[in-house]
Design a protein around this ligand. Structure first.
Ligand code: HEC
Length: 136
């Protein structure tokens, strides 16, 4: 009886621990957000310093709250979301084409709002250009 009881206690603790683990770890790579294939080839019509600095100032006012000052996904409102706000310095973001990043900014998913009704196309491309400067 005593062994059964301690077995149950141990099982309960293991269940609690795995629950905490599941709910505090970022989304595993297979759950990552994938833009549709058609987004890959959308061409970025903007480049250069003016676009980057426009992107930077929009990023500071609209994105830093979740994505953090350096884009690492550690902003006060972003780090505890499930999944957490994306780390824009990371390879899995930077390896995408400009078109894919643009598509994600435009459409959104979950806590990440779609910005196409709020920001112009030029502003969204400026954000893509700024995000490129955050690469590791
Ligand atoms: C309310 C918090 C919040 C704000 C504000 C926010 N984001 Fe996000 N963002 C997220 C979250 C959460 C994700 C992860 C979404 C997912 O994977 O389902 C994300 C994901 C992204 C991604 C996709 C990364 C990838 O490749 O998977 C990009 C790009 C992005 N955000 C750009 C921006 C830009 C640019 C802004 C400002 C205009 C912004 N975000 C504002 C929360 C936010």
């Amino acid at each position: 009886m005593k062994t059964l009881l301690s077995l149950l206690v141990a099982l309960g603790m293991a269940a609690m621990m795995s629950f905490t683990l599941i709910h505090t770890t970022p989304a595993p790579p297979q759950d990552r957000w994938v833009a549709p294939a058609s987004a890959k080839s959308i061409k970025n019509p903007f480049s250069g310093k003016a676009s980057i600095s426009k992107g930077k100032s929009i990023y500071k006012t609209r994105c830093v709250v979740c994505h953090g000052d350096k884009g690492k996904g550690d902003g006060p409102a972003g780090k505890s979301l499930t999944p957490p706000a994306a780390d824009h310095t990371a390879d899995y973001v930077q390896k995408q084409t400009d078109g894919e990043i643009f598509w994600k900014i435009s459409e959104g998913r979950g806590a990440m709002v779609g910005w196409k009704l709020i920001l112009s196309e030029e502003e969204r491309w400026a954000l893509v250009n700024y995000i490129r400067t955050l690469a590791n």
